[in-house]
Design a protein around this ligand. Structure first.
Ligand code: UT7
Length: 326
């Protein structure tokens, strides 16, 4: 048996904030953001658009696109670093509640921007191991809720949204062929939520306001990101005897255009093989790869037999990717 993606879907909040609009409240400019990141807009969730709400809507879209019903699912994986509830319950449990389906397992993955790549491999394992027939894998983020809007170094980078995939058994020769999943926990402090866990609890009146939000050492993460993009693509290609000409698309985490440009040059893989949409959605962490896949599907770009690499990298520090034959 082979396991793979049967369909993809997405949910994007209607509220769209351009760089120009953001420049009215943050000390930045369209010129700086575009030239340093390639980002032009981001979508920002309303109070009602919780992480689980967006994840559920993306799941419904993926089910609709495949002509499946929610009862077809028997496991839910949600990759997110912005869960509805900080420690528990899992956001996947709330998706199960929202979908109103029983006899189903659910779990969250906290692998930041690599979360969806981890989710696809775990989904494949559940299917091949016989635990589940159809697995829903969602990447969903409400990063606006943990963004320090007074910190221009991070406020311009992030957006909200959700992307989903329904996985199941697929034709021989297609599906998730291979995955590379890696962690470098020594970089845990390069990109994280400094406060609120049991190691550094929130102390009223003592915890600085900026520690309540996402923290990122941009340069450190940038250097890591370029290096691991090259490494993951090389490892997936070497392990599967692929040459650049074999690859139809690389779908990277959509953090920064410059990271992808540098990785493309070092990997000697033409930039036009990388599918990029950070211009419209900014960095949506776990959601960015499935959002890109759903957009590619809507545009009719994904054809059976295409060879696709996903590449995730981010907080943790985590990195990894999947080799998919569509
Ligand atoms: O999703 C997880 C993975 N995350 C990433 O991959 C992000 C990796 N990092 C990056 O993409 C880049 O490091 C950033 C886009 C975050 C920053 O770009 P940079 O080229 O590394 O800029 P920088 O932090 O070195 O700052 C350069 C200058 C500084 O001014 P001075 O000190 O040279 O006068 C900053 O204060 O740009 C300034 N700056 C800004 N100016 C206008 C920083 N942010 C802004 C801003 N608008 N938003």
């Amino acid at each position: 048996m082979t396991a793979g993606i049967i369909s993809v879907g997405s949910y994007i909040p209607a509220k769209r904030v351009s760089n120009e609009e953001l420049s009215k409240t943050v000390d930045t400019s369209d010129e700086w953001i575009k030239s340093h990141t390639g980002i032009g807009n981001r979508h920002i969730a309303s109070e009602e658009e919780t992480c689980s709400y967006m994840a559920t809507e993306a799941a419904k879209d993926a089910l609709n696109r495949a002509g499946l019903v929610k009862e077809d699912l028997d496991f839910i994986i949600v990759a997110t670093i912005t869960p509805d509830y900080k420690d528990f319950p899992a956001t996947a449990n709330l998706v199960q509640r929202n979908l109103e389906i029983g006899n189903i397992g659910s779990i969250d993955i906290k692998a930041a921007c690599t979360g969806f790549a981890y989710g696809l491999e775990l989904g494949r394992g559940l299917i091949l191991g016989g635990t589940a027939k159809k697995v829903l894998v969602v990447g969903a983020e409400k990063l606006s809720a943990i963004t320090n809007w007074d910190d221009r170094g991070t406020a311009v980078l992030f957006g909200d949204g959700a992307g989903a995939a329904v996985m199941g058994s697929v034709d021989e020769g297609t599906g998730i062929v291979d995955s590379v999943l890696r962690t470098d926990g020594t970089g845990y402090d390069a990109l994280n939520m400094p406060t609120g866990g049991t190691a550094t609890p929130y102390k009223p009146g003592e915890t600085p306001k900026e520690d309540m939000y996402l923290y990122m050492d941009g340069q450190r993460v940038y250097n890591f990101a370029v290096k691991v993009n090259v490494d993951i693509v090389k490892e997936l290609m070497d392990r599967n005897n692929l040459i650049p000409e074999d690859i139809d698309y690389i779908v990277p985490h959509q953090a920064n255009y410059r990271i992808i440009l540098a990785a493309s040059r070092r990997s000697k893989i033409p930039l036009d093989k990388y599918y990029l949409n950070m211009e419209e959605y900014a960095n949506t962490s776990s959601a960015s790869i499935p959002l890109a896949l759903a957009e590619m599907d809507s545009k009719g770009l994904l054809k059976k037999g295409m060879k696709i690499l996903t590449v995730g990298f981010g907080g943790g520090l985590t990195y990894g990717g999947n080799y998919i034959v569509w």
